[in-house]
Design a protein around this ligand. Structure first.
Ligand SMILES: *[C@@H]1O[C@H](CO)[C@@H](O)[C@H](O)[C@H]1NC(C)=O
Length: 224
């Protein structure tokens, strides 16, 4: 009786241990099979991060094109921003924007930033802007973003200089209009990269200012 009792106990322990080992292995195995798709999903997520577009454009630019995104300022509260080939040229974070017209010059062949400057068009000296626009060399891309008021001190000469860069709206730019534009020094036609919103109390998004504008695109690099 005692011997069979011990044997029964041993048999019971044996079954318990083998069951435990079996379950452990089985669980390990199923954990591996669960882990595999998770690992695959993880690497898929990394891949989508790799194809993130320059300047966060909605779709990537083809080879031999520069990616850009220009945002005008929002009312007189948030400053404008300009991204070119994934480089933030001007922005409130960089602390190099201001009220009026924010202008950046980029080499159209290499994509290198040459200059960025703000011109106060409400109370500033507009002759400084006239000189700046006249001295832009051939083959230069010109990026423009308005902030608060780009128009009060606009004159005929400045409108003409912007029109020569390919602008269609510079001739009607006025007090607190929103304007974003990319042109070039030696452009023969009107630039396709421009947006304009008139300050209109009937349609303004903000009290006293129209909505901010966002312009993105791919500009072909200039080949000699
Ligand atoms: C752009 O860069 C090229 C190569 O460095 C240079 O030859 C050309 O003069 C530059 N253009 C402007 C407008 O600065």
């Amino acid at each position: 009786m005692r011997v069979s009792g011990v044997l029964r106990l041993l048999a019971f322990i044996f079954v318990l241990v083998t069951t435990w080992i079996f379950i452990r292995n089985y669980l390990n195995f199923s954990m591996k099979t669960i882990r595999l798709p998770r690992w695959l999903a993880g690497s898929a997520r990394e891949e989508t991060e790799v194809v993130k577009t320059k300047c966060d454009l909605s779709k990537p630019c083809p080879a031999n094109f520069f990616a850009f995104k220009i945002c005008s300022g929002a009312a007189n509260v948030v400053g404008p921003s300009m991204c070119f080939e994934n480089q933030m040229i001007m922005s409130p974070v960089k602390n190099n924007v201001g009220r009026g017209l924010n202008i950046a010059l980029v080499n159209g062949t290499t994509g290198t930033v040459m200059q960025q400057k703000t011109f106060d068009m409400y109370s500033g000296d507009v002759q400084v802007l006239v000189k700046f626009l006249k001295e832009i060399p051939e083959g230069t891309l010109v990026l423009v973003a308005s902030y608060d008021d780009p128009g009060t001190k606009m004159n005929k000469e400045i409108r003409q200089l912007f029109s020569n860069l390919g602008s269609s709206y510079a001739n009607q730019l006025g007090f607190r209009d929103s304007w974003v534009f990319l042109g070039a020094k030696d452009l023969k036609n009107k630039s396709p990269f421009e947006q304009f919103l008139k300050n209109n109390p009937e349609t303004n998004k903000y009290e006293g200012w129209p909505e901010l504008l966002e312009l993105e695109g791919c500009v072909p690099l200039k080949t000699a």
